[in-house]
Design a binder for this molecule. Structure first.
Ligand code: GLY
Ligand code: MN
Length: 463
């Protein structure tokens, strides 16, 4: 937990961003896995962590925008809980750690809110992503289930995004810790990428490194020799000669800040000529994006510049043809890179995505594109100092997409389909770093993780 002044300051800044009323910030409850008492590893809600810092189930925070009071509604544990969980600090003493003076049992919350609503005050709440929260909101505020989503406060969503988008130095230090754990995960994976090993042995080892150094992984490990499937969570393949292994994985620190790193390693540790050619196109796209990142530039512009590097690289290899500015404008590069360049990262690996991707990644100046490929870009708006984002270009040969575009003659003036056919057995490459936007440019966060062909080969060959 940060010092209590950090949380006091965040709540005070939220009050300045809002007009009036109460902000209701829900902590998470335990969630059952395959029977009620067998729960998933507890994960606190990120907005609750941001404003109230307490990492326990069944806490609800209230910030009164008008009179400056803050509350925590939660129950103290009883003797039965202590027998199973050990002694727990009182709600009052926990609340004091984050500068909250007013506490009350959870059962007082409904009456408290009813009194506020009766006196004409607005209760703001954020979008929900768990079913139990929907039921809780409906009960607390007396709403019909089907109407709850209509009462989500856009004002609160925008205020929270404004604050959480700018990371302070303590948050950046936590994110760098998470990246340094990812360094250990990824360099271990590179060394393990040998013929005959099964993907799950490497994926499990990576997850274990994360757990041993901080928290769980920041999202389920993507590790596959079928990297052409972008979010491939199947880990049952045996690594074979001639394939490349994409590992897209990050850690969460004990404070729940994340990392998100992707590296691609040739099975056996040595790139073939064909692999090296595609790999270096993606590496150039990654480095071009990093070169451009600075305050004031739209991330969509960085995305398109990175896509242009992919397209130029494909043209140099005979896979595309024609004018690459026109090709990128038409979206022809999306045959090879059908996803966005990156997203915000922080307490959530896709930071604040639960609050609404368009509120996080777009604004009144930058609207989301509806073109295949660029439409998947999660962050498009102008960058500001303090943003932490991912840079994750890739190049994939997706047989089904190639067949479809060929049949439909999609962007046929820019694609050499006969040549593309010969890459259907290639798989994919993705290279992802986590980058801070600074006052003057950017800084790639964390200890540098091997990225060039020579660095990856050297790491894969090391003990
Ligand atoms: N690293 C997985 C993703 O960003 O979606
Ligand atoms: Mn990512």
């Amino acid at each position: 937990m940060f010092k209590k002044e950090v949380y006091i300051d965040r709540r005070n800044r939220l009050k300045k961003e809002m007009s009036s009323g109460l902000a209701l910030i829900f902590g998470n409850s335990e969630a059952s896995y395959n029977y009620p008492a067998n729960t998933y590893h507890f994960r606190q809600d990120s907005d609750f962590l941001y404003f109230f810092g307490l990492d326990h189930p069944d806490f609800v925070g209230v910030i009164d925008i008008d009179n400056g009071k803050n509350y925590i509604f939660a129950n103290d544990v009883d003797i039965e809980d202590i027998i199973w969980m050990g002694p727990q600090p009182s709600v009052k003493s926990q609340a004091a750690l984050v500068g909250v003076e007013n506490t009350a049992p959870y059962n007082d919350l409904a009456d408290f809110l009813a009194t506020q609503i009766k006196s004409g005050r607005k209760v703001h709440f954020l979008p929900y992503y768990r079913g139990d929260r929907l039921v809780q909101i409906k009960q607390l505020l007396g709403l019909l289930t089907a109407r709850v989503k209509d009462y989500v406060s856009v004002e609160l969503v925008k205020a929270v995004i404004k604050l959480r988008s700018i990371k302070d130095k303590f948050e950046i230090a936590e994110i760098e810790k998470a990246i340094d754990i990812a360094y250990d995960m990824h360099t271990t994976a590179m060394k393990m990428a040998k013929v005959g090993i099964v993907e799950r042995e490497i994926a499990g080892t990576m997850e274990g490194i994360s757990l041993a150094q901080g928290g769980p992984v920041s999202f389920p490990v993507i590790l596959t020799i079928n990297g052409q499937t972008l979010h491939n969570h199947y880990h049952g393949n045996t690594l074979t000669e001639g394939r490349m292994m994409i590992a897209d994985a990050g850690a969460e620190t004990t404070m729940h800040y994340s990392s998100d790193i992707t590296r691609t390693t040739p099975v056996g540790g040595k790139f073939s000529q064909r692999q090296k050619e595609i790999y270096e196109v993606v590496l150039n796209a990654n480095m071009k994006a990093i070169e451009l990142i600075r305050p004031g530039i739209e991330y969509r512009e960085v995305h398109l510049a990175s896509c242009k590097v992919i397209a130029e690289g494909m043209k140099a290899l005979g896979l595309m043809k024609g004018d690459m500015d026109a090709a990128v404008k038409a979206g022809a590069h999306a045959l090879f890179m059908p996803h966005g360049l990156g997203h915000m990262m922080g307490l959530d690996v896709h930071d604040m995505e639960g609050l609404g991707e368009n509120f996080v990644g777009y604004d009144e100046h930058t609207k989301r594109s509806n073109q295949f490929g660029t439409a998947y870009l999660r962050l498009g708006r102008k960058l500001q100092p303090g943003f932490v984002l991912t840079v994750e270009p890739g190049c994939y040969f997706i047989p089904e997409l190639i067949d479809k575009w060929k049949k439909d003659e999609t962007n046929a003036e820019f694609i050499n389909f006969d040549k593309v056919e010969t890459y259907k057995d290639f798989g994919g490459v993705r290279i992802e770093d986590d980058v801070l936007v600074t006052e003057t440019g950017n800084r790639v966060l964390g200890k540098p993780i091997p990225k060039t062909v020579a660095e990856v080969e050297a790491m894969a060959a090391s003990k």
